[in-house]
Ligand binder design. Sequence first.
Ligand code: NCD
Length: 305
Amino acid sequence: MSHVLTTKQFTKADAERILARAKDMELQCSTGTVDKLLKDKIVACIFFEPSTRTRLSFETAALRLGAQVISAEDAAGNSSAYKGETIKDTARILSCYADAIVMRHYLPGAAEALASAASKPVVNAGDGAHEHPSQGLLDLYTIKKEHGRLENLTVAFVGDLKNSRTLHSLLPLMVQYPGNIFYFVSPKELRVAPEQLADLTAKGVKFIESENLDEVLPKADVLYMTRVQKERFENEADYDKVKDAFLLVKSDLDQMKPDAIIMHPLPRINEVDHAIDTDKRAAYFRQAQNGLYVRMALLLYVFGL
Ligand code: NCD
């Protein structure tokens, strides 16, 4: 039994095994012949924060593999957490019913707390601004599929780099590949945390911080847009100041490489104009679809299958 709590738990070889498995899942889905390897398993999905893609793709992944799903989709208001039950007690209870637990929570470290008390494997589906490992892996899968490689790429992250848990999970995976250069484009208030930057410097990773999207557009092989994470702000005024910091519009595409890809974990609010959707470089819907295959691979991984 293995948990999935952070992408830092994966070596390059581990991550590549998961990507290879996801590719197999994609093939099996496309031919309608998915091996029901999780027959007789029950997967619990308990979400203390809103979700569309993550929860529904995990549930679809479980169902496609023959598992059954029990789901608490508004656990903050509707589970016993509302009455004050601790995460650890929730872990003990879910372990009595389900064979694996997929949890999203607003507190950083919640998935680790759950795993420490659960007797079943736990998948972190996002814990506050900390990590979102299944998203990091599906992003890695998307970059590999779109570009055919994971090294020698210029990757520009744009937006709320302080609070984006998807950045926090993708970056540790991407820095394992040689020759990658990272641009971090954000307003001052939403910069990557200084300790994360220090860690990159210590590892010899090449990165450049910027507040200017225009100077980065012509360089990016991967343009990774992020939503300003409203729910992490202490007050509305601070959010209002930065909420519309970077919006990618159709005319920006002229400055971009013809084979660049535009990614976004979604939901988009005011970061990517809808007029861009029909451009072949807009990869965000393909990215969301890849989430299904990667989550199928991750469920197999936690069961040791
Ligand atoms: C992301 C998340 O929840 O962190 N969404 C997702 O899972 N695809 C990104 C976001 O909410 O901005």
